[in-house]
Design a protein around this ligand. Structure first.
Ligand SMILES: *[C@@H]1O[C@H](CO)[C@@H](O)[C@H](O)[C@H]1NC(C)=O
Ligand SMILES: *[C@@H]1O[C@H](CO)[C@@H](O)[C@H](O)[C@H]1NC(C)=O
Ligand SMILES: *[C@@H]1O[C@H](CO)[C@@H](O)[C@H](O)[C@H]1NC(C)=O
Ligand SMILES: *[C@@H]1O[C@H](CO)[C@@H](O)[C@H](O)[C@H]1NC(C)=O
Ligand SMILES: *[C@@H]1O[C@H](CO)[C@@H](O)[C@H](O)[C@H]1NC(C)=O
Length: 900
């Protein structure tokens, strides 16, 4: 302004005094001039060009918003854009005919639709304010380009107009440039980057941020880079950079190129033999990148992933075929496939069919004849056949344990079929039986049973019965068993003169069974029916006879001898020697009759025992009595004659007999447990007084060898105290506990009644040793003996132990509570030696020490609470000046406070 003013002044001074301007006027002029000058500058800097110019400020006009140089606008095709025609008038309401015009001169007529869209939505016209009219392109197309005009009429008289030119460019567009691309190793690959842009763009390439030059390996093309002979090193990020210099635009695309490899087979084609009805697995593997997936098809080109009985693992490449059928034989093709390509492999399945036995007939032959058993079987491949007898798995062959010169096995094969024969000459009865025909190929076999029946004439070789017994008209069976193939038919004859055949009409004879096993049930009501019966067995090969005698049975003869074995006050026991003559039937039992001497036989008592017993005891007798006893044997027929009676005097009442120890003992009883033993016994006769208890005792013993001349004996010597236990009546068993392991004990048992104790029964036992135990129980007991015996010594030890405990208690009292005897003693000693200070000082010290500890631990916390309390209040009422910053922050939630 200063310069302007000076130049004006100079002009003024230079121009003479014509225009003399008073100082005030001078200033006003300068102001006006400067404003004018500014206006010009503004005019030139503004969107001046063709339209409004100076007039726009003064006159009514139209302007395009946004402003652009020469009102030419470059817009991207396909993009939307908006242009506003803005009227510069005083009274916008006086604007009429406010319109936009297409480049071809047609008005852009607002089609009256309620939605407010116009002209097929290519453009939209909006009048947000009275002085503006907006033209909006939704997507600029090529046909939209050109010069658009905006016109209006102001106050019905003044025409206003402006225009703008819409031009277009094609922005950089990647048309075919996927960001992930896959090249195949060994092949050529073009990294695609096809771009559209107008004006024509320039393209350059980088790989992994390094500039890529045209070379033999990389050949730049318009729409990409060709990589010749791709290697793994070509993997990486390729950057395709596109520039349009004239537009100043640039775009980049980063393309990840992965190098894939074609699948290469790593497994060999297979030729497998599958057995009919079984399963088989083919495998197929290939390398490649990415890892290939697998498919299998059969010779009928069926996709085996979906075919029943077939299982394909598409990741592992296996093909499993289940329940193989004959028609599955053929070629199977595996395809390993990945994005780079595929490879195929052909494997072959041969199906081995299970042999089928076509014929294996049962045959019948005769003893001493010949037998030919034939087995015919087919299969693929033709099977081989062997035989064995069902009872022996060893097959028949020219050698081996089954070798038998009578037996010849032959076999011949024709095509798919094999026929084998087993030929037996001089057939024996033992050749009868089931024979197995086994038809097999390498992998599978089929078996079938056939039968050789060997016929032979009847024989009674296994009939045991030579005689049968009856008595008093009791029915008895006369039986014979005839073996023979075919089964023999049996007829019976009663021997005598004349011999009579048995027929169905006989009153007292009944035939049961007509074949093989037959019995005659005879009721010999009359002596003539005792005698010989003849059994005749017949089949087509011959006849055989067998005789059975039916005899009359009687009571047994007298008992040979009854030997007295033991006698107690209440029992007598005998050993009985049976009768010489059993009367034809076995003796069932022995019977004793006995009576007291004063009584008659009418008042006798009876006792009977089964015959298989060893000893026969008469019980519940009275002591000191005389009994007469006699014996007889008994069989099915009845009681035999009585033996001569014999007197027997029972002893008087006395202590019981010895119990009998029942534990199974063979020398020394070894126990199952290291510490216990269960004694089992039989209750003995009580000798007239009831047994009241059993006394069981045990003592550890040692095996002592005593030399007695040339033969050494050993005896058991006690090595410890004896333990005695009582067992009341009840179960005759008792468990000894707390025994030492691996130790011999002598265990004794005595029965007791009111008269006294029985003689002891004894047993030596040895307890089980504890595994790893270093000493035997015998040592243990030895070690224990002094402890147990030496009572005074034990008392001394006890008293000493009590003293030690008391001393320890006193020491702890002295240390912890300053009481007790030691404390008192030491206290007195100290009192004499040390002054009072030494006693007081530590007391003071402890009190002083305690105080600060308390202050330090409790007071700071209280202080904190005190500080926080009043200051939170202070925030509300008083100023913040005193508040520490951290509290101030925490208690400033309200923005008002911080503003204040
Ligand atoms: C490509 O060529 C330029 C100049 O021609 C050179 O500077 C650059 O090193 C080359 N780049 C490669 C990767 O060879
Ligand atoms: C042969 O005998 C066996 C056993 O008796 C029987 O299981 C089989 O069916 C018979 N075979 C023929 C062909 O009759
Ligand atoms: C004789 O044998 C038949 C058949 O085995 C049987 O039913 C019958 O009871 C027997 N008779 C006698 C007295 O044993
Ligand atoms: C032959 O006898 C046996 C045993 O007695 C019997 O099991 C079988 O059925 C009989 N056979 C015939 C053909 O009667
Ligand atoms: C007792 O000792 C002798 C000799 O030492 C030995 O032969 C005998 O077998 C031992 N008896 C038992 C039951 O251990």
């Amino acid at each position: 302004m200063g310069i302007l003013r000076r130049s004006v002044l100079e002009a003024h001074s230079g121009g003479g005094r014509r225009w003399r301007i008073p100082p005030h006027a001078d200033y006003g002029l300068v102001l006006i001039l400067s404003m004018l000058f500014l206006g010009v500058i503004c005019q030139q800097n503004g969107e001046g060009g063709g339209g409004g110019g100076i007039t726009s400020t003064d006159q009514n006009s139209l302007q395009i918003v946004p402003a652009a140089r020469n009102r030419v606008y470059q817009r991207a095709l396909g993009k939307s854009s908006v242009f506003t025609c803005s009227a510069n008038v005083e009274v916008p309401d006086r604007l009429t005919e406010f319109k936009w015009w297409w480049p071809d001169g047609k008005a852009i007529e607002p089609t009256d639709t309620s939605e407010g869209y116009y002209d097929e939505t290519r453009v939209e016209i909006m009048r947000d304010e009275p002085q503006t009219l907006t033209l909006l392109f939704t997507s600029i197309q090529e046909q939209d380009l050109g010069k658009y005009r905006c016109t209006a009429l102001y106050a019905n008289s003044q025409k206003l107009e402006t225009d703008f030119t819409l031009r277009a460019y094609v922005p950089i567009t990647f048309e075919d440039a996927p960001i992930n691309q896959y090249a195949v190793k060994g092949q050529d690959y073009k990294v695609k980057c096809r771009v559209q842009a107008d004006p024509e763009p320039q393209v350059d390439w980088k790989k992994d941020h390094r500039v890529l030059n045209n070379s033999d390996h990389f050949v730049m093309d318009k729409d990409g880079v060709v990589i010749r002979g791709v290697t793994e090193a070509d993997e990486g990020v390729y950057t395709c950079r596109v520039r349009v210099t004239s537009m100043g635009t640039v775009e980049e695309r980063h393309i990840q190129v992965e190098v894939h490899e074609l699948p290469v087979l790593t497994s060999e084609p297979e030729v497998l033999e599958g057995v009919e009805a079984e399963s088989i697995t083919f495998s197929c593997t290939a390398s490649g990148k990415p890892a290939p997936e697998y498919e299998w098809v059969n010779h009928r080109k069926q996709d085996l992933r979906v075919l029943e009985r077939h299982t394909v693992d598409k990741y592992k490449g296996t093909l499993q075929i289940d329940g193989i059928k004959r028609e599955d034989a053929g070629v199977y093709t595996c395809t390993a496939k990945n994005t780079a390509g595929y490879v195929t492999m052909k494997s072959t399945l041969n199906v081995i069919t299970k042999p089928v036995i076509e014929e294996f007939k049962n045959i019948t032959t005769q003893v001493n004849g010949n037998a030919i058993l034939q087995c015919r079987a087919s299969g693929d491949p033709a099977p081989s056949i062997r035989f064995h007898k069902d009872s022996n798995r060893e097959p028949f062959s020219a050698q081996g344990p089954q070798h038998d010169s009578r037996i010849v096995v032959e076999q011949r094969t024709q095509g798919r079929e094999t026929t084998a024969t087993i030929r037996i000459s001089d057939v024996l009865r033992t050749d009868d039986g089931l024979y197995n025909c086994i038809a097999s190929n390498q992998r599978t076999k089929t078996e079938l049973l056939g039968h050789i029946t060997v016929e032979y004439p009847p024989t009674f070789a296994n009939t045991p019965m030579k005689e049968a017994w009856s008595w008093n008209g009791h029915p008895a069976n006369v039986t014979c068993l005839a073996e023979g193939i075919p089964n023999a038919t049996i007829s019976w004859f009663i021997e005598g003169s004349p011999e009579r055949p048995v027929d169905g009409n006989m009153a007292n004879i009944k035939q049961i069974g007509l074949q093989s096993l037959s019995s005659l049930e005879v009721q010999p009501i009359d002596r003539s029916l005792y005698g010989f019966y003849k059994c005749v067995a017949t089949n087509k090969l011959g006849t055989a006879e067998h005789r059975v005698q039916l005899k009359e049975a009687r009571e047994p003869g007298p008992v040979l001898e009854a030997i007295l074995t033991t006698k107690t006050a209440t029992t007598i026991t005998y050993k009985i020697v049976g009768p010489v003559n059993d009367g034809g039937l076995p003796v069932k039992s022995f019977v004793a009759q006995y009576r007291e001497d004063r009584a008659s036989w009418d008042e006798h008592k009876l006792k009977s025992w089964p015959v298989d017993q060893q000893l026969f005891t008469i019980e519940n007798l009275e002591p000191q009595r005389t009994y007469f006893v006699r014996f007889a044997a008994e069989n099915e027929v009845g009681l035999g004659v009585w033996s001569k009676e014999r007197p027997e005097i029972t002893p008087r009442r006395s202590a019981p007999e010895s119990p009998t120890i029942q534990n199974e003992v063979n020398g020394v009883a070894i126990t199952a447990y290291p510490d216990k033993f269960e004694l089992i016994w039989r209750v003995p006769p009580d000798n007239g007084e009831k047994i009241t208890a059993f006394e069981i005792s045990y003592v550890p013993v040692r095996n002592l060898t005593v030399d007695k001349g040339n033969q050494a004996e050993y005896q058991w010597d006690p090595v410890g105290p004896k333990t005695v236990e009582q067992k009341a009546l009840g179960e005759p068993r008792h468990t000894l506990r707390n025994l030492a392991p691996g130790t011999y004990y002598r265990v004794e048992i005595v029965a007791e009644n009111s008269i006294g104790k029985s003689a002891p029964a004894s047993i030596i036992i040895k307890t089980a040793a504890v595994p790893g135990g270093s000493h035997s129980g015998y040592d243990l007991i030895k070690g224990e003996t002094p402890g147990v015996d030496n009572l005074p010594m034990m008392i001394v030890i006890l008293v000493a132990a009590v003293f030690v405990i008391l001393f320890l208690v006193d020491i702890s009292c002295y240390r912890i509570n300053q009481t007790g005897i030691i404390w008192m003693v030491s206290n007195r000693m100290c009192n004499k030696k040390k002054s009072r200070e030494s006693l007081v000082k530590p007391n003071d010290g402890t009190i002083q020490e305690k105080r600060p500890l308390n202050d330090g631990s409790v007071d700071p916390a209280e202080k904190e609470y005190e500080e926080i309390g009043p200051k939170t209040n202070g925030n509300g009422t008083n100023g913040n000046g005193n508040t520490p910053s951290h509290i101030a922050y925490t208690h400033h939630p309200h923005p008002k406070d911080s503003e204040v």
